[in-house]
Design a protein around this ligand. Structure first.
Ligand SMILES: [Zn+2]
Ligand SMILES: [Zn+2]
Length: 372
């Protein structure tokens, strides 16, 4: 398998993006590629719509794991590329097509040039939601591999090709979804005093909860509450009986997440009293922070510095990644891989530079070969 074949694999995968736990075509495609390079040392197992690919080492004293996420996003692609998504309304807008391709490239490399340690390649479904890492980690099927170190990469549109980036400690935030439903008493627009107006209650609420960040969180700490969607009412001349808010919370430590949630709950009690309504709160999906192990990252930095790949220190980001669940249990780290795209992650015009695939394969292979 050469570089051009990897590009073809990436473009094939790019055309068939599928949402979390529905990656059927993706799984079948990867299996069909692996069949061509399969050796007696390779064990392939299905897990839901994902895969485990185990390669036995020559002289193993540990088992390393490399994880690639495989799902797409419910975004309509607007790249106009000849190999754009064939699944209308769905797109690999987070680079998971590259993540998978790099994993396939690394498997191919290690099959041809076996290394000492065992390696488990994880093709993980549903990173974008509802979250595949947590149930996978809890499965007996995963536990039996006894992983000593696990790592993963994510494409970084803002970094140039040829560059990787990481840091010790927190890389990605703790995240929690937020769904808040207000229910009051609707009525005629001209008789507000006979109603409990949920448009007014929800509007005040959206504005006020920003003060949780500015007044309840240490200014040297960080937190984000974003309400991305607000719906209320039915028609222009009726006072709204219902309002719904949808948003997300992001923090760089778990204690801050706890404080923000406790404050939101206090606000809800207060608003129920003040606006004489019922408010229902649901946190939806939560992702654990991605916390990189210092020893593993410093080894990676050294390994990169002795290659032609440029290593840069990263800043922590408020983005979430369900890979954090793996790092909660197993030492390891995640790094950014520069793909130099004008448009960012989750954008309908994201167009990563495919030359980054080779750099990604090289970075992962070097790490697997040299990690002590
Ligand atoms: Zn994403
Ligand atoms: Zn992603």
């Amino acid at each position: 398998m050469n570089y051009n074949q990897l590009i073809k694999i990436r473009r094939d995968l790019h055309q068939i993006p599928e949402l979390g736990f529905r990656e059927f075509k993706t799984q079948a495609y990867i299996l069909q590629i692996l069949e061509k390079i399969k050796t007696p040392n390779m064990v392939i197992e299905k897990w839901e719509t994902g895969l485990f690919v185990y390669l036995k080492g020559k002289n193993p004293n540990k088992t390393l794991a490399y994880r690639a996420d495989i799902d797409g996003l419910p975004i309509k692609e607007e790249t106009n590329l000849p190999y754009h998504s064939k699944h209308e309304g769905c797109m690999h807008a987070c680079g998971h097509d590259l993540h998978m391709t790099i994993a396939i490239g690394v498997i191919n490399e290690i099959v041809r040039h076996p290394i000492d340690d065992n390696v488990l390649f994880i093709f993980q479904p549903a990173e974008e939601g509802p979250g595949g890492a947590k149930p996978m980690l809890q499965s007996e099927q995963f536990k039996k591999w006894n992983i000593d170190m696990i790592f993963a990469l994510h494409i970084a549109p803002e970094l140039p090709v040829g560059t990787v980036s990481s840091r010790e400690g927190i890389l990605f935030a703790n995240t929690s979804e937020l769904f808040i439903d207000f229910k009051g008493k609707g009525g005629h627009a001209a008789y507000p005093h006979l109603t409990k107006d949920m448009t007014v209650a929800a509007s005040m609420f959206v504005a006020q909860i920003q003060q949780i960040i500015s007044r309840k969180i240490d200014p040297l700490d960080s937190g984000v509450i974003t309400i991305g969607k607000m719906t209320s009412g039915t028609v222009q001349n009726v006072i709204a009986e219902e309002a719904k808010l949808e948003g997300t919370i992001r923090t760089l430590n778990q204690e801050t997440m706890r404080v923000i949630k406790a404050e939101l709950e206090r606000h809800i009690k207060g608003y129920e009293l003040l606006y004489e309504c019922k408010i229902r709160l649901d946190y939806g999906a939560m992702y654990h922070q991605v916390y990189n192990n210092g020893n593993v990252v410093s080894q990676f930095e050294k390994i990169m510095n002795s290659s032609n790949i440029i290593y840069k220190e990263a800043n922590a980001a408020m983005t979430g990644e369900d890979f954090g669940y793996f790092l909660k249990e197993i030492d390891g780290f995640m790094f950014w891989l520069g793909v130099g795209s004008t448009y960012g992650l989750h954008h309908s015009k994201l167009n990563p530079n495919e030359e980054a695939i080779q750099i990604g394969v090289q970075a992962v292979v070097e790490m697997l070969k040299n990690y002590k």
